[in-house]
Each structure stands twice: as C-alpha cells, then as structure tokens.
Design a protein around this ligand. Structure first.
Ligand SMILES: Nc1ncnc2c1ncn2[C@@H]1O[C@H](COP(=O)(O)OP(=O)(O)OP(=O)(O)O)[C@@H](O)[C@H]1O
Ligand SMILES: [Mg+2]
Length: 284
C-alpha cells in the first residue's frame, strides 16, 4: 500500500515537472560588470537537432561560474562553444556571437590554436599526451613561443606542476610517461598543462567525476587558488561542488539557460520552478 502511494506521489511530481515550461528568456541577471567573455543569441545544432537555444550570458572576469542541469541539457555543448571545441564535430553548427575581451571568437580571421591557448580546457576524462610528464607541460609554452630558453621552460614546468599540486609527487620522474600516473595525478597533470600557457579562461567539463573525494578536494582547492588569476567555467553534476567553488551558477534545461545568478542565491532561493526542482533533487 505504502509503495503504491509513494509511486503515485512520485509520478505526480514528475508530471508537475513536465508541465513546467522553460522560460523564453533567462531568469536572473545574465550581464556582469566586467565580462571576460560574452555570449549573445547562441544557438547550436547537431545536424537538424537543436541542442542550445538562444543563450545569452556574460562570464565575469576573475570569477568562477558553474553550469548545472540534467544530463543532455547542453552544458558540455555550450561549454565547447567557448573555445570552438565544437569545430571538431562535423555535424555541429554554432550561431550567434561569442566574444573574449571584445574579440569575436568565430571571426574567420581568429587563429583557433591561439584561441585555445587563451581559453584552455580540462576534460572529464584525463587525457595526457603519450609523452613524458615534462613534455606534457612543456609542449604548449614551446609551440606558443612563450619561452626563450631551457631554463625558462624548466621554470614553467615546475611552477605549473606546483600550482596543480603535483610537483612533489612527480619531480623525481619528469621523464616518465604522463599516462603512467594515477587517474587523479593525470587530471592534475592536465590542469598543469592547461595553466602552463597562461590562459585567460579555463573551461572544465566535470573535471572531478572520475576522482575520489581526496583528489576532488585537491582539485577544488586548486580552483580556489586559480580563481585569483583566471576566469573559470566548470560543468558539474555535484551541487555541493557548484556551491563550494563558484561565484555564479547557470542552470540549463533542454538546451535553454533557465536561470543564472549568484551561487548563494541560486542554491538558497532559486526563482524559477525548474531550478527549484533540480536543486532540491526532484529530478536530474
Ligand atoms: N557529437 C554529438 N552529435 C550529436 N548530438 C550530440 C553530440 N553531442 C551532444 N549531442 C546532443 O546534444 C544534446 C546536449 O548534449 P550535451 O552533451 O551538451 O549535454 P550535457 O548537459 O553536457 O549532458 P551530460 O550531463 O550528460 O554530460 C543532447 O541531446 C545530446 O544528445
Ligand atoms: Mg556533458
């Protein structure tokens, strides 16, 4: 009897959520005073299928913004627009305008390799190059001409690994392959690789989802430190993580940006019903 009632209650709740309408325009303040990046009227299609619809959002200078929302709502798709990673997907088409410091990143004259140095990325699954730990870090600064000597390169390798909290663990085996490290070490290596080229923005797509709680805590600590120098966009399924690391939070639903606001406000008094349902764990 009890089980039947619970099911009935659950299905009514689900029905209610399905009945909720995604708002035409985003609830909350999409603009910030000092934007590092701006997205205007962004639509993304995979072939015929629209995955992102009319997203407008500023990413504040020196802020951490978290993207949250149910699986398939378009968080990774929108994140990848920010450094043109979607270019690598044949069927993907991006419309609208995205700028970094006033530069239109979809301008055909933009050098995409340079752009990805300005807007670095850390993926869900650590993907070190099949090269030595040293080379994983040294590669970017070298191809971007950021160093003049081996001494300078050594310094960047050490400082990047130190900032990523990995130096002490790897300093005696820099010539060993990066893929031989543990998963958590590999992820910190990838973060070190991203910061080695002094990006302006770092995009992180569920960077801790394959990590245990100790390494997750280390990565979160690192995000705290990095925020002083970089702008960070993090996609996460962990509400606790979003609440811990971010200044602003953006809630996506079915390809739309439903609500954005200060993280504290989003988690304590969300405005839209869909955001409320998601953060209270009613679906997702
Ligand atoms: N390479 C692709 N080709 C075709 N469709 C895609 C591709 N990548 C994503 N999609 C579709 O676009 C929509 C948004 O997907 P996306 O991966 O951005 O969601 P997400 O919010 O990151 O989900 P998750 O939390 O599961 O990672 C989904 O419907 C997905 O099926
Ligand atoms: Mg994703």
């Amino acid at each position: 009897m009890e089980a039947t009632m619970t099911n009935a209650t659950a299905s009514t709740a689900e029905q209610k959520i399905q009945d909720r309408t995604v708002p035409e325009s985003t609830v909350g303040e999409v603009h910030v005073e000092n934007p590092r990046m701006t997205a205007r009227a962004v639509d993304v299609y995979y072939g015929e299928k629209q995955a992102i619809s009319n997203v407008n959002l500023d990413i504040g200078l020196g802020q951490v913004i978290a993207f949250i929302g149910p699986s398939g709502c378009g968080k990774s798709t929108f994140l990848r627009c920010l450094n043109r990673m979607n270019d690598t997907i044949d069927v993907c088409r991006v419309e609208g305008e995205i700028k970094i410091d006033q530069d239109d990143i979809y301008d055909p004259r933009i050098d995409v390799v340079q752009l990805r140095a300005r807007v670095g990325m850390v993926f869900q699954k650590p993907n070190p190059f099949p090269k030595s730990i040293y080379e994983n870090i040294a590669y970017g600064p070298r191809i971007h001409g950021l160093v003049k000597s081996k001494v300078e390169l050594d310094e960047i390798v050490e400082s990047s690994l130190t900032r990523a909290g990995l130096w002490n663990e790897v300093k005696d085996r820099l010539d060993q392959t990066g893929t031989g490290l543990s998963g958590g070490q590999q992820q910190r290596l990838c973060i070190a690789r991203a910061i080695a080229v002094s990006p302006e923005v770092i995009l992180m797509d569920e960077p801790c989802s394959a990590l245990d709680s100790i390494v997750t805590a280390k990565v979160e600590e690192l995000i705290h430190e990095l925020r002083e120098q970089y702008t960070i966009v993090i996609v996460t399924h962990s509400m606790q993580q979003a609440a811990r690391v971010s200044d602003r939070t953006a809630y996506f639903h079915l390809g739309k940006l439903v609500e954005v606001g200060e993280t504290k406000q989003i988690f304590t008094s969300p405005t839209h019903e869909l955001t409320q349902d998601y953060i209270t764990g009613r679906f997702g």
